[in-house]
Ligand binder design. Structure first.
Ligand code: CLF
Ligand code: SF4
Length: 485
């Protein structure tokens, strides 16, 4: 088994807080999306979906099967011919699968990854243009693994034609990529749209797409299906317009709004990459997300997955499950997945108490908000060495609480026992605007390098819950007397 595959024994890393890490548990915490933040029937649908619940993404994994290669529109940010096994971005896949191969892959992953809870079809084309392969995949898998949730991602053009099929397959989660509600803006994003056997360009194509997206959104919410809207933030094209998009989708009942930064690189061969259209900086994305607060609920933990992504968000195991590595038939034992869910329920209760304590800690502070970065492998804990972090989770802390605000991709500083100075530059760029890094452990050299860049590294809270540790640090750093100090 590859070192990346998560064995059940890794659950021992999900440990209760160390002594002194908790504190008062008397206050309720509304900062995390937990069972107390939504109606029970909705919580039941999202509690093990890593994309629909920020809380669930600490515990559960998704996998995509790339069964839908064709697409009925062209987006200026897409080129599905480009593939790089190391790259994570929508539309990228190492291989395309038949529904039968996809079902075999799902069982192989379920046998090795107890965190697996969701099967998604997210391309590499459009899941509902290639709808026969998408629904045949779900038909095969629902017979083999009845407890897995199904999810699809679509551009929405074909969506109104498939509402009944979506209902029939118990697909409770649908994502529509919707970048604009104004066809004039749409004309700058979509060069063409193929609808009812005809290719439409410019504003005509964009208008058809927009009308079909809104029709599909309305039809799904009427059926009680949770709809997430993905919007690609394209500076100078639709960035400020996304406020209007957020209001429009909220009015139509969307469950979540996920604003993704445009990924644009000439090497990808996309129209935007070749024309020099830039993506937003992390600070610009955060500024927009802050402006959107109070509208449709925001997703901030998206990792812009590949079409064949496997594993926890942010830890992609897709290369461990390519077709040549799959057994003809995987020996699947449901017990590890059942046991894992039991552990997660205990962990959730424990973490809810810890978050309540964190809220009490920070309420005593009167200092300015701080942006901090955390090295974590999941479980909501500080449990990764600085040198091993490929990304950082970013939190904002002030007297109102500790809030997850997103993640920053970096690169592993530690290269087999020594630190790589070139990688350090990448890491420092990823940490722009961050005051403090929390890690399970950090060496003296990188600690000093960070200090020279004005960033404090703290390894005093290994394996503690992120919010608890950040709250204690914040309260103590700003001279506040705390209950647990
Ligand atoms: Fe996949 Fe998308 Fe379903 Fe999640 S991903 S189809 S909703 S199971 Fe998730 Fe990946 Fe972001 Fe998508 S992190 S790109 S939002
Ligand atoms: Fe690419 Fe998806 Fe756009 Fe189709 S809808 S062109 S697959 S990004």
């Amino acid at each position: 088994m590859s070192r990346n595959v998560i064995p059940l024994s890794s659950l021992t890393r999900i440990r209760p807080p160390q002594s002194g890490g908790g504190g008062c548990a008397s206050a309720s915490c509304g900062s995390s999306e937990g069972s107390g933040d939504m109606p029970a029937h909705i919580w039941d649908k999202v509690k093990d979906h890593p994309c629909y619940s920020e809380e669930a993404h600490h515990y559960f994994a998704r996998m995509h099967v790339a069964v839908a290669p064709a697409c009925n529109i062209q987006c200026n940010y897409c080129n599905r011919k480009y593939d790089c096994a190391n790259e994570s971005r929508p539309g990228v896949t190492s291989e395309k699968l038949t529904p039968e191969e996809a079902a075999r892959k799902v069982m192989a992953v379920a046998a090795k990854v107890p965190q697996l809870s969701v099967l998604g079809v997210a391309g590499p084309g459009d899941s509902l243009f290639d709808w026969r392969k998408t629904f045949e995949t779900f038909r095969l898998v629902e017979q083999l693994l009845p407890d897995i949730k199904f999810c699809i991602s679509t551009n929405g053009l074909a969506l109104p034609d498939h509402i009944e099929r979506i209902v029939d397959h118990n697909i409770d989660h649908v994502t529509i990529t919707l970048n604009t509600v104004d066809p004039a803006i749409g004309a700058a994003i979509y060069p063409w749209v193929y609808f009812n056997g005809k290719r439409y360009t410019g504003i005509d194509g964009a208008r058809i797409l927009h009308e079909r997206q809104m029709e599909g959104l309305e039809a799904l919410t009427a059926k009680g299906i949770l709809v997430k809207i993905n919007s690609v933030m394209i500076p100078g094209v639709n960035d400020q317009h996304l406020l209007e998009v957020n209001a429009a989708i909220k009015a139509k009942g969307a469950f979540l709004h996920n604003v993704l930064p445009l990924i644009s690189d000439p090497a990808h061969g996309t129209a935007y990459g070749l024309s020099g259209q830039r993506g937003p900086k992390p600070a610009e994305l955060k500024e927009l997300q802050d402006k959107l607060a109070g509208g449709a609920n925001l997703m901030r933990h998206c990792r812009q997955c590949r079409a064949d992504a496997v594993g926890m968000l942010g830890e992609d195991l897709s290369q461990d499950f390519t077709l040549d590595k799959l057994p003809e038939s995987a020996a699947y034992d449901p017990e590890p997945r059942r046991l894992y869910r039991e552990v997660v329920e205990q962990e959730r209760a424990d973490r809810a108490q810890a978050l309540a304590a964190a809220q009490v800690e920070v309420a005593r502070a009167l200092a300015p908000a701080q942006l901090v970065a955390v090295c974590t492998k999941g479980g909501g804990r500080i449990n990764q060495h600085f040198g091993h972090a490929k990304e950082f989770q970013v939190f904002e802390v002030d007297s109102l609480g500790v809030r997850f605000v997103g993640h920053r991709k970096a690169d592993t500083y530690c290269q087999g026992g020594y630190g790589d100075e070139e990688k350090l530059d990448v890491v420092l760029a990823a940490l722009e605007g961050i005051s403090t890094v929390f890690t399970a452990k950090i060496g003296r050299c990188p600690k000093n390098d960070l200090k020279a860049a004005g960033i404090e590294a703290i390894d005093l809270y290994p394996f503690e819950y992120i919010e608890t540790a950040v709250a204690r640090w914040y309260a103590e750093a700003f001279g506040i007397q705390t209950a647990t100090a």
